[in-house]
Design a protein around this ligand. Structure first.
Ligand code: AP5
Length: 213
């Protein structure tokens, strides 16, 4: 079953999406990770995306739609979980058209919600492993050894867009451009909303139930 996880920055899409995709054996297609890899590798799309990401703005639709289509088709029929795509109504319409063209569909659309105060705390404390990409949090899920990934020993860093001023922009962009997706999706078959403001395990349990039923 193909899935969409959507919700505000810091709600836990990446953390929970990664765990869910491993447990359900689906490809985790995280738009932010795909874009950061393109920036790191200085591809043409990455060079175009960088200025938008640094400012907390959305990368142009044409760039992200082409990138996600390529990743979906490269999966050769493996089920996928979309995290961070679509992020506005135009992207959702492009996704519908792309899926229809390729005989694919989405089985579950899960909207994850949490209070803005929790989002800020989560984003400000986030740390990511430079080597394997695993996520930690200074307070909620700290590494055993400061600055060092528990899984692979890689160096932990803070994302450039997890600065307070950029976070404020990202939340504004979310409210203006991504929140309208709720109206777009909420009457579709397979739509579910979960409370993602609680502790990590409780959120995962709610998500798993939403996906399993
Ligand atoms: P992206 O990387 O997708 O960022 P985002 O949507 O802002 O989401 P985040 O990755 O910040 O948060 P998350 O929900 O994954 O939270 P996480 O699990 O890490 O996008 C970055 C940029 O790329 C965008 O600003 C834009 O420029 C561009 N972009 C991406 N997609 C695009 C698109 N479709 N169109 C155009 N541009 C696009 O959790 C956060 C922290 O909280 C972690 O430290 C985690 O450990 C902790 N945490 C998570 N859950 C809990 C919990 N329940 N309790 C306590 N701590 C928790």
């Amino acid at each position: 079953m193909n899935l969409i996880l959507f919700g505000p920055p810091g709600v836990g899409k990446g953390t929970q999406g990664s765990r869910l995709s491993t447990e359900f054996n689906v490809a985790h297609l995280a738009m932010g990770d795909i874009l950061r890899a393109a920036v790191r590798d200085a591809t043409a799309a990455g060079l175009q995306a960088r200025q938008y990401m640094d400012a907390g703005q959305l990368v142009p639709d044409a760039v992200v739609v082409a990138m996600i289509e390529e990743r979906i088709l490269a999966g050769n029929g493996q089920d996928f979980l979309l995290d961070g795509f679509p992020r506005n109504v135009a992207q959702a319409e492009a996704l519908d058209a792309m899926l229809a063209k390729n005989g694919l569909s989405i089985g579950r659309i899960v909207f994850m919600d949490a209070p803005e105060e929790s989002l800020l705390k989560r984003l400000c404390g986030r740390l990511i492993c430079r080597a394997c990409g695993f996520g930690f949090h200074r307070q909620y899920s700290p590494p055993l050894k400061a600055g060092c990934c528990d899984r692979c020993g890689g160096e932990l860093y803070q994302r450039d867009d997890d600065r307070e001023d950029v976070i404020a922009n990202r939340l504004e962009v979310y409210n203006e451009q991504t929140a309208p997706l709720l109206e777009f999706y909420q009457h579709r078959n397979g739509f579910l909303k979960i409370d993602a403001g609680g502790e990590m395990e409780a959120v995962y349990a709610a998500l798993k139930e939403a996906v399993s039923n």
